[in-house]
Design a protein around this ligand. Sequence first.
Ligand code: ADQ
Length: 694
Amino acid sequence: MAVIVLSNREPYAPTLQADGRVRWTPSIGGLTAALDPVMQRDGGTWIAWGEKHPQITAVDLPPGQPRYRVERLALSAEEVRLHYHGFANGALWPMSHYFLERAQYRAEEWAAYRQVNERFAAAALRQYRPGDLLWVHDYQLALVPGLLRRHLPEARIGFFWHIPWASQDVFRTLPWDREVLEGLLGADLVGMHTPAYARHFLDACERTLGAEVGNGTVKVGARTVRVEARPIGIEVQEFEQLAAAPDITARAQRLRDNLRTLMLLCVDRLDYTKGIPERLEAFRSFLERHPTARGRVTLVQIAVPSRQEVGAYLKLRQQVEGLVGQINGQFSRDGWTPVHYVYRGLDREDLVAHYRAADAMLVTPLRDGLNLVAKEFAASSRDGVLLLSRFAGAAGEMPGAIEVNPYDVDGLAESLLRALRMPLEEKKARLERLRASLRSSDLKTWTAAFLRDLAGPDALPEELVSLGARPLLIMCDYDGTLAPIARVPRDADPQPGALEALARLLHHPAHRAAIVTGRRSVQVYGFLPLPDLYVVGLHGMEWPETSPPAPERLVIESLARQFPAAPGLRIEDKRWTVAVHYRNVAPERHAELERQLDRVVVPPGWEVIPGKLVREFRPAGYGKGQAVRTLMAAFPGRLPVYLGDDFTDEEAFEAVNALGGVSVKVGAGPTAAYSRLTSPASVVALLTAWGHHA
Ligand code: ADQ
């Protein structure tokens, strides 16, 4: 299985050397960093616009040790003008960033956009082999999934939209709203940066297309498209390591020494969405209101040139440079220049040195899909403060930042003051919080998770699927088998599709299904509200429609009388067993309490199972193995199948093995089971397949 990536920008760009040879350098930006390592590992094809040196139509990369191929599409000057500068950057980009006054909707540009999307799709179709994953990126290629789907009904197609998805009132200004939505819905999985964007997209599908929309899903004929918030991460470790490197530390120190003042840093593509003029106005207001700051604070604005062919960007550059000139003209004195303006991109080392040197980082877009600069700063800085616009997608995931409103010039100036006066301990604590959240989902995790979820459950072993032709007694564990393991037991929601698969099995003419779990059965009915489902709880002690025999209840009552009393002690009567929890008892009382519990007289036929700050008193001789044997006796004439993931399922595997049944371990690890599936998703796929067997 190979990956085919489609994006407007290519992962490496060519430059012609003096000796006539071409050098390939990685493109700046998250996409190359996200996907190049996967492509290098697994191979595949990357289809992109070959902007420079279009006569090179394909290249094997990376240079030196080629692992994958880049197919470079040469766009004509007309296509670049109408598709790229026109529809993509003159219509979709401003509209999605809520700049409606800048959006121009022209039929001629839309036609070129469609044509270029068709060319990308055609290139992918030439490369595609059954089983490949197709991953399309961003707003320049919104129609590609739909175009691919027409030819490849079975293919797995993913799409990631890197910019905001505007609310429906704004999106519906687009004359081709239906076509764009239908194009994207050719994918199986559509990723966005924030839950709000995903909601807006679902809203558009419902209202513009009249599609049936569920919680994160859209029905398109027989297909279900998943729509999910999956904010992209950065290479946290690489930034942390680079920031700690001695030469970068020294470079940062030199930057501080040269400035001789506090440093406010701004790093952006020169784009009107990034709020650069508004930020400069805020800095001017700050200097006006706080004369003592003059000569003590410098704003360093690094702006990468961008889309210079578009009129609006040229105007923006003039506006920014005009403002820089005005502020410097108004306030410069004694060798201090308030704004340092750099109109070029920095390489990564230099960028990180700036992040480390900054006392405060101003990320104040008027609207931004996510904003990687904010994350990169948080990973690199040791003692800086991040001021982050509430209109950047990243704001929702960066709890340690000072949230600012870029439209509120005075408020922004006040936040600047607060940042510069913040005590060091608070700065460090905020950076630590930021870094903890960055680490929890970095770029590698993002890429791997998207591709894994796009690939879906592994192909099911045919020998398991074909069992569905015989009458089966299907016995399943719950946690880890029908539900992904959750951190807190009450959050263990079933794997999507599990409920439907079980509901279907309940009405199947030949099969029977039962759940065998360590939980109380009521909890399982809470997750799987199917009153007819046969659930055996408490490791085989709790059976449907039965009560504990009276003697057992008497035992529980006699035990309860022996338990010591202590503040915080909780006695959980599970009806069949009884557990004493002392997690909330003061730790200095634990030893004494344990001694008292040791003295409790355990009745004959009962046992005590010690756990983590809990002791469970229960009748001996139960377990999932025994439960499986009882079930098999109750449902004779069916082939028993047991699916489980846990250590406690091993005796159940042995029980079915002994009777010629089928045992299936879910996940890794040594086991007595004969077959294996990788995840609850595969279990659900298998149950679904059995449910559909006539
Ligand atoms: P961009 O609008 O390009 O990306 P952003 O995410 O801030 O914005 O930056 C992308 C990359 O460019 C970062 O890795 C950054 O380091 C680099 N960069 C920016 N300015 C630079 C400079 N002056 N010098 C050197 N490098 C610079 C789009 C969306 C974003 C979304 C990304 C990823 O607009 O909202 O976060 O895609 O999905």
